[in-house]
Design a protein around this ligand. Structure first.
Ligand SMILES: C[S@@+](CC[C@H](N)C(=O)[O-])C[C@H]1O[C@@H](n2cnc3c(N)ncnc32)[C@H](O)[C@@H]1O
Length: 360
């Protein structure tokens, strides 16, 4: 299943990169301001660009560490004294590297009836509601609890490096996506378990691209508005949310895996308190002031902005707002529409726009 992310630009990366190249010949350093899955940052790296990537979500920070800073499996040297390598190597499903052995060890942990089991599985006893939630089967939730506990513990003992830590959390997020009982986002769980959700959770080795350089990139976790003044680049690519749905609410479980905490799970959906990651780009009223902070503070004169005909701001309003900062050119790209379960009447494709702003 892999990534399940609203607005991921994975399929559009070639088009956007060719637009970057034609917008500014010789551009070397690209800012990916709302990087999400980090797949576009990876595509930039593979094409030889230096990347500064930003997102407000912690899971994005871990994906970006993996995509920008790793071109092969890290060595997991510190783990050699922590787990019984010989035992887990001989039973190794995948082969022989330390990375594979660590995943094999994690895949073989005994389940623990912990936070995920209680808050997100049908056999749990959630703290704030009487009705247990069904994001994961009881077995998978207890397995996630066991894996989370170990990863946190490895890091606490300094047995894994920062990037090894990000890689294990990235792998756990990808594995959770495979067996989550959801329709698209984690905004709510499905009432009946789908077949896929009943498969046992399994961590798989990530594949590593060796395209481009793994040095010279930067990753920031935080609001683009706040980070803007620290950023310099030849072109700034901005891929903001374009609908009202907040990423922090729709991906709360992935954020909890990434932050390694046990927040209060609120209401029927069990959302973590997420206002600290509220995005102004999901609000018609606040979007302009946030764009203003970004466009005035980043040390960069060329911006490429993805937006959609389904966007909160009508495209003409956005264009006239951006025109107050400089010269604007709009290009149209056809794209497969993100549809929620209730949107069955909408057309399958929509116009996605790529707007070039050359700031005065
Ligand atoms: C359309 S998605 C980006 C998808 C990304 N281009 C990809 O290919 O995966 C929008 C992203 O903006 C992030 N975001 C929303 N508001 C933000 C803000 N003010 N500062 C930084 N990131 C923000 C969200 O967390 C989300 O990951």
């Amino acid at each position: 299943m892999g990534y399940r992310y609203i607005g991921s630009k994975d399929k559009l990366s070639d088009i956007i990169i060719s637009e970057i190249k034609s917008t500014k010949k010789g551009a070397k350093h690209i800012i990916d301001l709302m990087a999400g899955t980090g797949l576009f940052s990876l595509a930039l790296r593979e094409k030889g660009f230096q990347v500064s990537a930003v997102d407000v979500m912690t899971y994005s920070y871990h994906h970006l560490n993996v995509h920008l800073f790793l071109n092969e499996a890290p060595l997991f040297k510190g783990m050699e004294t922590i787990i019984d390598f010989e035992k887990y190597k001989t039973q190794n499903l995948f082969g022989g590297s330390n990375y594979e052995t660590v995943l094999n060890y994690l895949n073989n942990l005994s389940p623990i009836k912990g936070y995920f089991y209680n808050e997100f599985s049908p056999d749990g006893e959630p703290t704030n509601t009487l009705r247990p939630r069904k994001y994961f089967t009881a077995k998978n939730a207890a397995k996630i609890d066991a894996i989370r506990k170990k990863i946190k513990n490895f890091r606490k003992k300094n047995a894994i490096t920062e990037y090894e830590h990000s890689l294990l959390l990235h792998d756990l997020i990808m594995a959770a996506n495979d067996i989550a009982n959801i329709a698209g986002t984690y905004g709510h769980y499905l009432s009946k378990f789908v077949k896929r959700a009943e498969d046992p959770i399994l961590l798989y080795t990530s594949s590593f691209s060796n395209g481009g350089n793994v040095k010279g990139h930067e990753v920031f976790k935080g609001y683009a508005e706040d980070v803007a003044s620290k950023l310099t680049g030849d072109i700034c690519y901005i891929d903001p949310p374009y609908i009202k749905r907040q990423y922090a609410a729709n991906y709360h479980i992935l954020e909890t895996i990434a932050r390694e905490d046990e927040p209060e799970a609120i209401g029927e959906s069990g959302l973590r308190p997420w206002r600290d990651q509220y995005s102004n780009f999901c609000s018609k009223v606040k979007i302009r002031s946030s764009f203003d902070k970004i466009l005035t503070n980043i040390k960069c004169n060329d911006f490429l902005i993805s937006y959609s005909e389904d966007g909160l701001l009508p495209i003409d309003d956005l264009i006239s707002f951006l025109s107050t900062y400089g010269k604007v050119v709009k290009k149209d790209i056809k794209y497969k529409r993100f549809k929620s379960r209730t949107d069955t009447k909408k057309e399958a494709t929509l116009n996605e726009y790529l707007i070039h702003l050359h700031r005065n």
